[in-house]
Design a protein around this ligand. Structure first.
Ligand SMILES: [Zn+2]
Length: 466
């Protein structure tokens, strides 16, 4: 009997974990952290509701923590098997996972120092050292190659165009002489994006799990570059800080690339630009080290080795003292800092400094999950709870959807239209309620496929339809 269990990213966007089981093997696709709402984050602490020892392999779609951040915890729970991922994903995990451990330690330490944890002492979910240890489990699975990851289970990873190294997983499951194909979309990227490839079309699947982050919405038609130029110009005029919380991996590189294009075209004034995230610096280097996984190769060659992310007044900030000094800096500047949903990282200290300042602007360029500070600010909060205190919000809050790394409804439908016959069942995952329901309805109307919206911990038997 082949079955799939939805252990995360079911009814929510984070905590992606899907467990495929046969009589012989078990493979976990993605091993993500729950993020956002506290009730979700607390789930990271639950003991796994599956037998860790029975898992033969883990396969990752991409490096974002909501797809990988539970790995060190899984290892703490006893997992010692292989974790397959594309080479860029492995490199990015080398940054993201230790950083996640470091943040967990910092938050526990901060909570202990200020006494706002219910647990004494507050403990990290895992430490940076534990995250480093789990990197040893990662095994390369390059794009477009079929690999047997467990007895009777083969996978092939193809480019999803979401972030560097991101993949759609095609999985062939064999049991008692029958084979079925399950496809996991992972997070799907956009079409026509300057840095990354379009999501690879897939011709067939017996079962499909499709992400639905923006399943009920179409990104605004507005030209995101133009909007960014307006917002940067306004910051230059008011003389305030333009603070952009951004994921270090993907969004930051896209922003730098866009800012550079705008600067070269004379669309924005030259002003100091700070990337305050050691991880973004390293992620940028990893990006340049994997020309096979993005579209920049040609441009780089044409420009004679010019770094496509290098702006004239750009400074990368590594040291934390230097980061703290930015909060006291006067005059206009663009400050890009992680994390993208303001759930942690250096951007918290910058929000603390700039939110009370009416001259400042905070610009969100990525998805803001329920329960994150980013979402709270976009929803119009007048103050924000941070680091155990309340900070008044007087800065201007802006958003640009067009830089999203996620396909919107029409782009998801475009990718689905590549299937030459409808799957026996299509499961809507990785979306909040309205998004999964909206996408399911669009898929039924447009393609007439059978859809399902699994709830957390649902288990579905595959192959029973005949
Ligand atoms: Zn992602």
């Amino acid at each position: 009997m082949v079955s799939i269990r939805f252990l995360g990213a079911a009814g929510t966007v984070t905590g992606a974990r899907f467990l495929v089981s046969t009589d012989k093997s078990q493979v976990l696709v993605d091993c993500g952290l729950f993020q956002g709402l506290k009730e979700l984050r607390l789930r990271n602490w639950d003991s796994p509701d599956f037998d860790v020892d029975a898992i033969d392999a883990v396969v990752l779609t991409h490096a974002h923590l909501d797809h990988t951040g539970y790995l060190p915890r899984l290892m703490k729970c006893g997992y010692e098997g292989p974790v397959y991922a594309t080479p860029p994903t492995i490199d990015l995990c080398g940054l993201l996972l230790p950083d996640s451990g470091h943040l967990q330690e910092e938050q526990a330490e901060h909570a202990n120092r200020h006494g706002y944890s219910k647990h004494t002492p507050a403990l990290p979910l895992y430490t940076a050292a534990e995250a480093v240890a789990c990197l040893g489990l990662l095994k390369p699975a390059p794009y477009n190659r079929v690999a047997e990851v467990a007895e009777g289970i083969k996978v092939r990873l193809v480019d999803a165009g979401h972030i560097l190294g991101s993949a759609i997983v095609e999985m062939w499951v064999e049991e008692q002489g029958r084979e079925m194909k399950v496809v996991f979309s992972g997070d799907l990227g956009r079409y026509g994006e300057p840095l990354l490839a379009d999501p690879t079309p897939i011709a067939e699947a017996d079962y499909l799990l499709v992400e639905s982050t923006y399943g009920h919405r179409v990104h605004n038609d507005e030209n995101p570059e133009k909007r960014l130029a307006q917002i940067v110009k306004r910051a230059a005029e008011t003389g305030g800080c333009l603070l952009i919380p951004a994921f270090s991996v993907g969004r930051t590189q896209q922003l730098l690339y866009t800012l550079k294009s705008l600067e070269e075209a004379g669309e924005i004034p030259q002003m100091p630009i700070y990337v305050d995230s050691p991880m973004a610096i390293d992620a940028t280097a990893i990006f340049l080290a994997h020309p096979e996984s993005h579209r920049l190769e040609l441009r780089q060659q044409q420009e004679d080795g010019d770094n496509p992310f290098r702006l004239r007044h750009l400074q990368f900030v590594r040291a934390s003292e230097e980061s703290a000094r930015l909060d006291k800096r006067e005059g206009p500047m663009v400050l890009i800092s992680a994390s993208g949903m303001a759930t942690g990282g250096r951007v918290l200290h910058h929000l603390d400094a700039f939110l009370p300042n009416p001259k400042a602007t905070v610009l969100f360029v990525g998805y803001q999950a329920e329960g994150t500070r980013g979402r709270t600010l976009l929803d119009g909060a007048t103050d924000l709870k941070m680091l155990g205190q309340r900070v008044p919000v007087r800065a201007r809050i802006e958003r640009i959807d067009g830089f999203s790394a996620h396909a919107d409804r029409d782009e998801i439908l475009r990718w689905l239209s590549g299937f030459q016959r409808g799957p026996k069942a299509t499961f809507m995952v990785h979306g909040e309620k309205e998004a999964t329901e909206g996408l399911a309805e669009s898929v039924r109307t447009r393609f007439g496929w059978k859809t399902a919206i699994p709830a957390l911990r649902d288990e579905v038997t595959l192959g029973g339809e005949g």
